[in-house]
Design a protein around this ligand. Sequence first.
Ligand code: GLA
Ligand code: GLA
Length: 689
Amino acid sequence: MMKNTHRAFRWPQPLEGQQARIWYGGDYNPDQWPEEVWDEDIRLMTKAGVNVVSVAIFSWAKIEPQEGVYDFDWLDRVIDKLGKAGIAVDLASATASPPMWLTQKYPEVLWRDEYGHVCWPGAREHWRPTSPIFREYALNLCRKMAEHYKDNPYVIAWHVSNEYGCHNRFDYSDDAMHAFQRWCEERYGTIDAVNEAWGTAFWAQRMNDFSEIIPPRFIGEGNFMNPGKLLDFKRFSSDALKAFYVDERDVLAEITPDRPLTTNFMVSAGGTGLDYDDWGYEVDFVSNDHYFTPGESHFDELAYSASLVDGIARKNPWWLMEHSTGAVNWRPINYRKEPGQLVRDSLAHLAMGADAICYFQWRQSKAGAEKYHTAMVPHAGEDSQDFRDVCELGADLALLGEQGLLGTRLAQSRVAVVFDYESQWATEHTATPTQQVRHWTEPLAWFRAFADNGVTADVVPIRGDWDSYEAAVLPSVYLLDEANSQRVRDYVAKGGKLFATYYTGISDERDHIWLGGYPGSIRDVVGVRIEEFAPMGDDFPGALDHLDLDNGTVAHDFADVITSTADSATVLSRFKAEPWTGMDGAPAIVANRYGEGATVYVGCRLGRDGLASALPAMCGSIGFDLPQGDGRIMRIERVSDDAGFEFLFNRSRERVTVEVDGEPLVASLGRVEDGRAVLDPNGVVVIKR
Ligand code: GLA
Ligand code: GLA
């Protein structure tokens, strides 16, 4: 669906008398500590160069200990101490975790799972966004917070709630059901249109009235939910939380119109809960929480996610609201960061367009569910490597700010890799050609394959301006509606260079298949016609588990059975297989000319390594010049009309030496000598040009 415009961009301004700086700090939970600790906190914050903290995110029970009884004194004192020390406050609405008195009085605010089980208090986010009662209490608290802090000079921004949908994304309660019915009515107008969209002629699911719409509640193990309903329920769930956010935002904004507002997203490669690109229209500035993926994809996944956040922010500055100094507490195994990664990770977010670098959290808790989550001040205290790194980073950020990094933006790449939340949601359905294939892995594989060839691509949401790039990749963009199909057609017709893969353009926005041979929505553009899919796997002995290509790469999990190609097409690579597979000699990678532009269609899953090795030939076939870069280094540039900063990151496990032009402002596990940067693993240098 087409979107209206974004809310005007507004960025938190420095405290009076201060210069604009790169914001640096973290979530601060002084309510977990006796007041004696607060002065020590401020001493350490000053030492580390911290200039902002997010306060009161989970403080509802302390601010309103009983219904209608408010205690702001402690919060006033802490904000005052912070402000007088030159540390600004990103103040929470405090509504993320309702107090016990509220849920005991009104258990109907608690959300329910698909079996009808109640989500009881005991953690947080145990509320449903469609509850009129919860809405009343939460908006009341927003109003009280805004009225109390409207003239406070130290509050520079609102942090509305926290990570909406992290735990309460899907609610199947009766409130949710009624809201879902209204949502369907708004989207479709008539029940017949819903019947048509959801294909309810199938399995006797036809409905006579909106009141017959129920959420996708439990239907028995191993059964298959109506895909149209499920897709719309994901849309609805994102919208229901968004509507709740908008209500909270508007109460705050009405009372404090001068304060920019945000809410922290959770954009990472695999995290596709809410449609954050859609949410991006509703914030004054985008903020994100990102937690590293342990292992070999650590850096790439971070860079990819940060680039997607920059895409969601439409290249406006964005705020890294949370990341970790080291291990988290919520994985089965909580790996530490390697030496250098604390500084390197933050600088990678910065390179990708963040103008604020913050952590969860300032001081590591000594009690509670997150006591093993690392923080800026660890259990070990000031005398620790993490705190020394935090101080080093603070100094780096201060220097980069002084040297003019603020005001520069992430340079536009030549390549856009398209990401689409709804394609991810649709491909998550459990009755598809294979459960091995989802949308999200493919954009990351392309981002990495380009990086291996020395190109740092931009990750661009499908609503963004991917069609303004020299080349664009549609990586398993499974849903293409009429409008986006037309955009693809126009883009290539006007000279665009398009890479598209298997599982792209299969269905429209209702997940109705485009008929006549896949990929039905853009068959003419990519010049292939597919009659059948050939998923691969090893769950049955003797099943087809891979296909070799004649370019030396190997396909796993998925291949298209391309039965014909357009006259304008050239087959770049074919499968080599046993004759009985029916795939021997079938086209695997096909180039096509369309209008002024050209396309490459990759009809199988090659993975990052296969794509990386196939990329030079694919690029050559459509006239995209790959630079002679060293794929072990990722170069990211931030530029303005009169300044340029180059960030060089070592992506590899070995020491790498590359030529550079300029002197390093900042270096970590790296140095520059005689025009050459020497970077150890996890190393980074930042050069001003
Ligand atoms: C069963 C059902 C059919 C259909 C097939 C699909 O046999 O009776 O309606 O669902 O499975 O394999
Ligand atoms: C989320 C939350 C934080 C904290 C961190 C831990 O991002 O917003 O409150 O729980 O996770 O990683």
